[in-house]
Ligand binder design. Structure first.
Ligand code: AMP
Ligand code: ZN
Length: 145
């Protein structure tokens, strides 16, 4: 279920800090600490699985449902021009944290494409953007999101 050396297992368990956006019994969503853009969000299953090959189908389905809900909330809260939704499998693909996760990266027209951020986000900025996304999520029922 949990890998003691895994930072995302720590976030899921609440023993490692994160700017949490949403969660249920299967999934946790939180802001990326090195955002490629404002609002860069990660969605993980609570159960540790390294990648797409290892993750269970019900966890993958739950991540997909939350991807859509949070995509709507990001669109409403931040009004990006586009939204990248993707995940990486294996270091050759660019994966750096080996606990399955979906990236949601708001995109602005005319800015260079980047999968990863270069600098750690400012705590106050992360807290503020997390609050903006959470507020929209709280207003909307899952069915209407
Ligand atoms: P990937 O390259 O797809 O494995 O992405 C891993 C992502 O996790 C990167 O975008 C990192 O910035 C992000 N990351 C690493 N450690 C943390 C952390 N403690 N909290 C939030 N995001 C993290
Ligand atoms: Zn893990």
């Amino acid at each position: 279920m949990t890998d003691p050396g895994c930072i995302f297992c720590g976030i899921a368990a609440g023993t490692a800090p994160a700017h949490r956006i949403a969660e249920d019994d299967r999934v946790v969503a939180f802001l990326d600490l090195f955002p490629a853009a404002e609002g860069h969000t990660l969605i993980i299953p609570r159960v540790h699985a390294e990648n797409l090959y290892e993750a269970g189908e019900e966890d993958l389905a739950a991540v997909a449902v939350w991807s859509r809900r949070i995509a709507h909330a990001i669109r409403r809260a931040l009004a990006p021009d586009g939204l990248g939704v993707f995940q990486l499998n294996g270091s050759a693909a660019g994966q750096t944290v080996f606990h399955y996760h979906m990236h949601l990266i708001p995109r602005r027209a005319g800015t260079p494409l980047a999968l990863h951020g270069r600098r750690r986000g400012e705590e106050a900025e992360l807290a503020s953007v997390a609050e903006r996304i959470r507020k929209v999520l709280a207003r909307e029922t899952p069915a209407s999101a």
